[in-house]
Design a protein around this ligand. Structure first.
Ligand SMILES: Cc1nn(C)cc1-c1nc2c(-c3cnn(Cc4ccccc4)c3)c(Cl)cnc2[nH]1
Length: 278
């Protein structure tokens, strides 16, 4: 039974902590087992000193508030949290399949079926987030996890925002930045549509479309929408069409999440057994 329905005042004594799983921005993540129910979770441990040092308490609270409120099969659950004198502990859903990034690194690039399935999963998750006025803004392979059946889970809402007013100004991460974010202009939900185009390209070719040696060159390539499709690996015209419809500089002209799900490449290639619309 999911821990949040068991009790509210958690402490580290309620968990048997296992091996480290990875490092997030400001803390390590461990696999852990809740002692009474034997339920397996991921425990993200964040040191208060780090949060205070980088003045990130507001961002952490926003991440926790947002992720706690999101209940979708392709969004990693945040069941609850607790703290002690030095640390903050987030009780997260455990994704048995690990990080999608590792799978991409091992295979070099994904098949069109796998890429389309992940893009469709992300699109459903983002449609849900946008309905709840949440823009993720930091979708990248390192923030994507897989469950035991290979279903995608979006993790790490550290850069997400609750967008009540339509336009926002904030910063994001490098290769996945939409032009309006590169220029630190006000931005809205459509930044996630741009990122879907970047991810679709990276899933199919193994590296992001505007990758360059230095940050300035990447920013220049993004601003020019300097998009080129290598001759290998072989990628279908339909896949290139979807990428081109998403990597559009004018955010209002990017393909909508609804139209992505109707695109022929998605309809032909995505595996419905691994996609959960709601
Ligand atoms: C790694 C790994 N290998 N296997 C077999 C399972 C996992 C696994 N890792 C996780 C992890 C996990 C671990 N590190 N990270 C790094 C990280 C931190 C913050 C945001 C995004 C990414 C996440 C989680 Cl949260 C939740 N579930 C996880 N499952």
């Amino acid at each position: 039974m999911a821990p949040e329905s068991v009790k509210r005042d958690w402490s580290i004594n309620d968990f048997e902590v296992g091996r480290p799983l990875g490092k997030g921005k400001f803390g390590r993540v461990y696999v852990a087992r809740e002692t009474k129910t034997k339920y397996i979770v991921a425990l993200k441990v964040i040191f208060k000193e780090q949060i205070e040092k980088y003045k990130l308490l507001h961002q952490l609270k926003r991440e926790m508030t947002i992720q706690t409120s999101l209940h979708h099969p392709h969004v990693l659950r945040l069941y609850g949290w607790f703290h002690d004198a030095e640390r903050i502990f987030l009780i997260l859903e455990y994704a048995h399949g690990g990080e999608l990034y590792g799978e991409l690194q091992r295979s070099g690039h994904f098949s069109e079926q796998k890429a389309a399935t992940y893009i469709a999963s992300l699109t459903h998750a983002l449609a849900y987030c946008h309905e709840k006025h949440v823009i993720h803004r930091d979708i990248k392979p390192e923030n994507l996890l897989l469950d035991h059946e290979g279903r995608l889970k979006i993790a790490d809402f550290g850069w997400s925002v609750q967008s009540t007013n339509k336009r926002r100004t904030m910063c994001g991460t490098l290769d996945y930045l939409a032009p309006e974010m590169v220029e630190n202009r006000p931005h809205d939900y459509a930044v996630d549509n741009w990122t879907l185009g970047v991810l679709c390209y990276e899933f199919l070719y193994g590296s992001p479309p505007f990758e360059a040696d230095g940050q300035a060159d990447t920013f220049r390539r993004i601003m020019k929408v300097d998009l080129a499709f290598p001759s290998t690996p072989q990628v279908s015209a339909e896949a290139k069409d979807l990428i081109t419809l998403l990597l559009v500089k004018d955010s209002a002209k990017r393909l909508s999440l609804e139209k992505i799900l109707e695109h022929p490449w998605i309809v032909l290639n995505a595996d419905p057994n691994l996609i959960c619309p709601k």
